[in-house]
Design a protein around this ligand. Structure first.
Ligand code: ASP
Length: 625
């Protein structure tokens, strides 16, 4: 039999009762985390979002409460009325914040029962994530999840507050709208009223935030939900949250200053001090030094070791002398066994035209000087593991040999990127065994710490870096067309504008990425604010006037009504929280995420709908067998 709540009022959260409350009458409500039956005494660990308190049900003091205590099971919802008392010395539990006290109950009300879930929230997360997601309501009761979402709330609040202080207004933009090009597929929503027509969910608020600048709001931000219909490879979600902002009359320095300011506030809310200003690197340098445009600065970069080899040596090793020869050093890994070396081979994407030499023993025997010199150039200590990555002369896709003056060629990028991939994969693989990362990869932050003096000096654990000077266009081999490296509203460098037609390869984009610990946290740009330039860019991208009008006619019109120079950025909030929570995946910091198969297994979405609904929407479904 369940009890009614009646007019019982909660006085404290379970996790808040302290020794100083001894002697007070309290009413606590929560979930039964654990129950221990010692005959005449029953102990209940009562849990709510603040923590756990121990309730004692003494048969003599409350025969009725004791009887109910015999019946309750884990996750039952109960209210306990009683008095706080200090525990006996030997019963004090220093591991619990409430470990000095217990509640001597005079009454217990069983407010609800609970079915037995496939796992208990009082234990560590189970391996089967799909089961966790199906019973998400139980999973979210786990302390770790409660901590992650409290952290998320605090970070978001701090960012909002900071941006408001910096003069940004939070303005909502539509969810049912027209396609915004961010390079993914759109989610479409059929219109009931306009048969055969569709809204698109926003891939980002991009066009609207630019229009808000035309509207004179000067500084806009939004904690914005974005929707991108992508294959959920790796750690991505179909819908995700960005801290999206736009400002009028800025140079990129101003955008950087705003971001460094709000991000520092967000990190401070998690007890982490970020060193500012963030360092900067050009795209080309990032590729050369780290083999990626989202470098993880916790590891040593790549070293150019071409000078260690003569052309003859490279010829003997069947290496392309015209391509980069780089070394990657993973600290403190030592020599790998043959088996380990062999296991690593599949990690390396040879198809892409890169080769690697991991066997220094062999290289050292045949070419001792080159091997020693390469190690020296890479700054390798005895215990460091070094691999050399170089170009495969046999790998030639005709068009990919196209080399544009002053830019890295695709073949060069392939070598750097292969080295970059291998660098992070190997470092992750050997991190635990050999301490390859100079700091631990997971830096768990105490979400309960509101106290700035508790701040972890996180400079070494979280390494932000701006990537700048991206090329404006990327050459698409298949279509022979230039594609925007960012989105088509990104402004070219003013100084490069004259080359838009004559030499598109040389044009740099005024756009920037922010990377941290190997993750892209966000990207943004200074935008095109003049219609003539925008038309020119569409032309360079092979977007016809008709197509441009059909897709963004409203925006091109708006550009003609007094558009100020403007620019902005969007940072992935989920990723920021994931980093600060030390969580292994975005799903740990999104309350109701989709699985890798793009499903909401709890709500069972997506799902079929009734014929009636389809008819109303003027839709007929034709399934291919
Ligand atoms: N809309 C861009 C994105 O979502 C960000 C920006 O350029 O502000 O990546």
């Amino acid at each position: 039999m369940l009890d009614f709540l009646g007019n019982l009022e909660r006085t404290h959260l379970c996790g808040e009762v302290r020794a100083a409350d001894a002697g007070k009458n309290v009413v606590l409500m929560g979930w039964v985390n654990r129950r221990r039956d010692h005959g005449n005494l029953i102990f209940l660990d009562l849990r709510d979002r603040a923590g756990i308190a121990q309730i004692v049900l003494d048969k003599e003091l409350t025969p009725d409460g004791h009887l109910k205590g015999e019946q309750v099971r884990p996750e039952y919802v109960v209210a306990a009325v009683g008095k706080v008392r200090l525990r006996d010395k030997d019963a004090i539990n220093p591991k619990m914040v409430t470990g000095e006290i217990e509640i001597e109950a005079t009454e217990l009300r069983v407010l609800n029962d609970s079915r037995l879930a496939p796992f208990s929230p009082s234990e560590e997360a189970i391996q089967n994530e799909e089961v966790r997601l199906k019973y998400r309501y139980v999973d979210l009761r786990r302390e770790e999840m409660q901590r992650n979402f409290k952290l998320r709330h605090e970070i978001t609040l701090a960012i909002r507050d900071n941006l408001s202080q910096q003069g940004f207004l939070e303005i909502e933009t539509p969810i049912l709208t027209k396609s915004t090009p961010e390079g993914a597929r759109d989610f479409l929503v059929p219109s009931r009223v306009h048969a055969g027509e569709f809204y698109a969910l926003p891939q980002s608020p991009q066009i609207f935030k630019q229009i808000l600048m035309i509207s004179g709001f000067d500084r806009y931000f939004q904690i914005a939900r974005c929707f991108r219909d992508e294959d959920l490879r790796a750690d991505r979600q179909l819908e995700f949250t960005q801290v999206d902002l736009e400002m009028s009359f800025p140079r990129r320095e101003h955008v950087f200053a705003v971001v460094e300011n709000f991000l520092s506030a967000g990190f401070a809310a998690a007890g982490v001090k970020l060193p500012t200003p963030f360092p900067r690197i050009t795209y080309d340098e990032a590729m050369k030094q780290y083999g990626t445009d989202k470098p993880d600065l916790r590891l040593p970069g790549l070293t150019d070791v071409r000078p260690a080899f003569t052309d003859e040596t490279l010829a003997t090793l069947n290496i392309d002398p015209a391509l980069p020869v780089v070394a990657l050093r993973i600290p403190k890994v030592g020599e790998l066994s043959r088996k380990e070396r062999e296991d690593n081979h599949p990690m390396f994407d040879l198809k892409k035209g890169a080769k690697f030499i991991d066997d220094f023993k062999r290289l050292g025997k045949s070419f001792p000087e080159a091997a020693a010199k390469a190690r020296e150039l890479a700054g390798a200590a005895d215990e460091d593991f070094v691999i050399i990555v170089a170009g495969d002369p046999a790998h030639h896709i005709k068009a990919s040999d196209t080399k544009f003056e002053g830019r890295l060629s695709e073949r060069e990028i392939n070598v750097y990127a292969a080295a970059g991939n291998f660098r992070t994969e190997l470092a992750k693989k050997y991190a635990d065994r050999h301490g390859a990362f100079s700091v631990t990869e997971k830096t768990v932050v105490d979400a309960h710490s509101h106290n700035a003096t508790d701040a972890i000096e996180g400079g070494a654990a979280f390494n932000p870096i701006w990537i700048v000077d991206f090329p404006m266009f990327e050459y698409d081999l298949a279509s022979g067309k230039w594609m925007p490296a960012h989105h088509p509203f990104t402004a070219p460098y003013e100084a490069d504008m004259a080359n838009l037609v004559s030499d598109p390869a040389s044009v740099r984009a005024d756009c920037y990425d922010l990377a941290m610990n190997g993750l892209e946290l966000g990207s943004g740009s200074i935008r095109i604010h003049r219609k003539d330039v925008q038309q020119q860019i569409f032309k360079s991208l092979g977007i016809s006037d008709e197509e441009a009008r059909a897709r963004f006619g409203f925006f091109l019109d708006a550009l003609e009504y007094g558009t100020p120079p403007h620019g902005g950025i969007a940072l992935g909030l989920d990723r920021i929280v994931m980093l600060l929570a030390g969580a292994p995946s975005l799903r740990e910091v999104i309350a109701f995420p989709k699985t890798a198969k793009a499903m909401d297994v709890m709500a069972d979405a997506p799902t079929t709908v009734s014929d009636e609904q389809l008819k109303e929407l003027h839709i007929r479904v034709a399934l291919k067998n």
